[in-house]
Design a protein. Structure first.
Lengths: 100, 314
């Protein structure tokens, strides 16, 4: 089955940003997103998600190259200084290109 | 004096964490319990609020809000000068200590129940009133002298005023006030009789969470430990005198002193993360949750009760 190339933008960050980011990725041109609660460890220490003020989320956005770059740049400028945030972009193939 | 079982549950949680067991309350249960506690506290206050003349409650409420505005202003210079923290961290911690902890209040209510001391039943109103001013002052302290960054008051108001604690506490107050004691009687077993048992379960989780902060304290140093114990003591004195001044009973004065001494670790962290992202959240949480909360529930509340008896002594 043939697939169409798209980008998968994955953002792992503090749950405090959930609403703001959900709004932002849509404003930047994404058609949708998926959010999950996660826990782990990184440069800002262990984040066990043991406390509601201390939870982490993972936001996944499937979009085209342009939107992916826009999201990456916008988030880097706004949040990298003050928030625990990891962002990476992966190449993926989707079956229904019109959806993304 | 024997320790309240509620406190023993807390200590069990602390022990479970320090011994590295994998005990955790499921998140859904934790959230359910916290919704229950907020509603129960609100309902209890609301039922009684209807019986109070507005002329008593209104001036008291104004004084309580002023107290909430004053506390962070007192904490801020201590954090700046003695703690040598930067403006953002100092403002964020000041906001946590200006705001209040609902669970600390609940433990104090349970304590007063154990020793048979009455209090003004509408005090949950003061919990609601004390939650917000400290946070607002903290944000202003952080933003003053920083003209470049705007404050988005609209989304901030949404975050603070429609956070779970304010919504459920005031919702409970309103429901209790509108429905009245007779209509609520069929629910009394759930919301009033089971309260202490639910609080005990919640305190088990609080113990686990608070003990998890101890490791961070080793990193952040002695100042926060001193701040987290001495400032609540000082604030309790201010709270006790305020209670006396506005004519609260011995029990009410104890509760107001406890509220003044308590530090927020739910509403304040969420609001400060959005409004003052430059502040390091682990500092304020380590102090509020790792030091002040355990200090208040294990030692503080009994001391604040003693303090209240002193200011009420003829």
């Amino acid at each position: 089955m043939s697939t169409h190339p798209r980008k998968l933008v994955v953002i792992i960050t503090e749950s405090a940003l959930e609403q703001a980011l959900a709004r932002e990725v849509i404003d930047l041109g994404a058609h949708g997103y998926t959010i999950a609660d996660v826990r782990g460890r990184g440069s800002q220490g262990t984040r066990e998600a043991a406390w509601e003020a201390d939870r982490n989320i993972r936001i996944e956005v499937i979009c085209d190259e342009q939107v992916a770059q826009r999201i990456a740049q916008s988030l880097r400028e706004k949040y990298y200084d003050d928030f625990a945030m990891t962002l990476y972009i992966a190449d993926i193939g989707v079956l229904r290109p019109e959806k993304f | 004096m024997g320790l309240d079982p509620v406190v023993l549950f807390f200590l069990l949680g602390v022990a479970a964490r320090l011994l590295r067991t994998d005990l955790r309350l499921p998140e859904a249960l934790y959230e359910g319990l916290s919704i229950y506690l907020l509603l129960a506290i609100g309902l209890k206050g609301g039922v009684e609020l209807a019986r109070q003349p507005l002329a008593t409650v209104l001036p008291q409420s104004v004084a309580v809000v002023l107290l909430g505005l004053a506390l962070p202003l007192l904490a801020f210079p201590v954090l700046r000068r003695i703690g040598r923290l930067d403006r953002y961290d100092a403002a964020a911690i000041a906001a946590h200590y200006g705001s209040v902890s609902m669970v600390t209040y609940a433990v104090a209510v349970a304590y007063l129940g154990d020793i048979g001391v009455d209090y003004e039943p509408y005090l949950p109103l003061f919990v609601v009133l004390l939650e917000v001013p400290g946070i607002v002052v903290g944000i202003l302290l952080a933003k003053l002298g920083e003209p470049t960054r705007r404050i988005d008051w609209q989304s901030l108001a949404h975050e603070v005023l429609l956070g779970r604690s304010i919504l459920l506490l005031s919702g409970g107050l309103l429901i209790g006030w509108i429905a009245g004691p007779q209509a609520l009687a069929p629910q009394a077993q759930l919301f009033f009789d089971l309260f202490k048992g639910v609080l005990a379960l919640f305190m088990l989780e609080m113990g686990i969470v608070a003990a998890g902060r101890i490791r961070e304290l080793r990193r952040t140093g002695a100042f926060l430990v001193a701040f987290g114990t001495l400032v609540p003591l000082a604030f309790a004195v201010i709270g006790a005198f305020t209670g006396r001044l506005i004519g609260l009973s011995l029990g009410g004065t104890t509760l107001l002193a406890t509220l003044a001494a308590s530090a927020s670790y739910i509403a304040a962290p969420a609001a400060m993360r959005i409004a003052v992202p430059q502040a390091n959240p682990s500092l304020s949480l380590a102090a509020a949750l790792g030091v002040t909360f355990p200090f208040n529930v294990v030692i503080g509340i009994a001391f604040y009760h003693w303090l209240a008896t002193q200011v009420h002594a003829p």
